[in-house]
Design a protein around this ligand. Sequence first.
Ligand SMILES: [Zn+2]
Length: 119
Amino acid sequence: MAEENQAKASASADAAPQSASGPGGSSGPGPGPRGPARGAGGPGGRGKFFRRKKVCKFCTDRIDAIPYRDVRLLQQFVAERGKIVPRRLSGVCTTHQRRLTRAIKQARNIALLPFATRH
Ligand SMILES: [Zn+2]
């Protein structure tokens, strides 16, 4: 881990008078294909019942067994102090939250994740 201290005082008069953004800009006058970027493949438009944006990540990714060795994955559900993020915040469904908790605890036991950060 390299600590970069950006303590440079940029008080020197380096400010160039020319701004990089020209008057034309990158928006060309040509016929840009400004169609709907999102691929809506469903036949229906909006869903009748609207859920929250937070959908269980594991359900969407179809992850059945949560790998406890995947620290990067688990760290998304662990707060800074080492706490497991509650389901309401993470949006994980109950089933996966349980598995996730197990995975995190397993990861803790093999010292992949901290139990709690000292403070
Ligand atoms: Zn789920």
